[in-house]
Design a binder for this molecule. Structure first.
Ligand code: AMP
Length: 187
């Protein structure tokens, strides 16, 4: 089963994605985590992405598709994955659909994590004090929210036009939101 998590930064995709992936026994493809790892290790990919990520803008679709292609080619990904933080643009939606099609697969379900802007700002501020992410500083957060509104929000319409989207009320405890996600997936 291939599942895609959509929603603004700070909506809880990362936290819920781990729980879903563990429950279904499939890996999570989290482009943000993979990029941060590449930056930390100073790989060519990390060097390419670092400044853009820290500014709060989106890295190029081309770079993201390279990462996704590599992840999907791993044996562990053969029975499906949980996409977290990717797809963020329409070209990425098309690119992921094309990649999955070569494997005879498609996105089976999109979970859209619905939260208010106030809740997002509160959560990101909390995360900044805990994780110290460079792109959680106020200027970068504004940039990320703008990138979300301008480039990622249209992705929800793209998937809704194709069916298979469930909106999850993503405010409440981690357990409460996890229950809603489980219900949406039927497992
Ligand atoms: P995240 O941890 O998902 O919030 O991602 C952190 C940052 O990595 C984003 O603000 C972007 O700069 C970059 N990034 C992660 N995933 C993508 C993606 N699918 N498309 C473009 N940029 C991405």
């Amino acid at each position: 089963m291939d599942i895609l998590l959509l929603g603004p930064p700070g909506a809880g995709k990362g936290t819920q994605g781990v729980l879903i992936a563990e429950r279904l026994g499939i890996p999570k493809v989290a482009t943000g985590d993979l990029l941060r790892e590449a930056v930390k290790n100073g790989t060519p990919l990390g060097l390419e992405a670092k400044a853009v990520m820290e500014s709060g803008a989106l890295v190029s679709d081309d770079l993201i598709m390279r990462i996704v292609g590599e992840e999907l080619s791993k044996p562990a990904a053969a029975n499906g994955v949980v996409f977290d933080g990717v797809v963020r643009t329409i070209p990425q939606a098309e690119g992921v659909a094309a990649l999955l099609a070569t494997l005879g697969r498609k996105i089976d379900r999109v979970l859209f994590f619905d939260v208010t802007d106030e809740e997002i700002l509160e959560r990101i501020e909390k995360r900044r004090t805990v994780e110290g992410r460079a792109d959680d500083d106020p200027a970068a957060v504004q940039r990320r929210l703008r990138a979300y509104r301008e480039q990622t929000a249209p992705v929800l319409d793209w998937y809704e036009a194709r069916g298979g989207v469930t909106r999850i009320h993503a405010i409440g405890t981690v357990e409460a939101v996890a229950d809603r996600a489980r219900e949406a997936l039927g497992r």
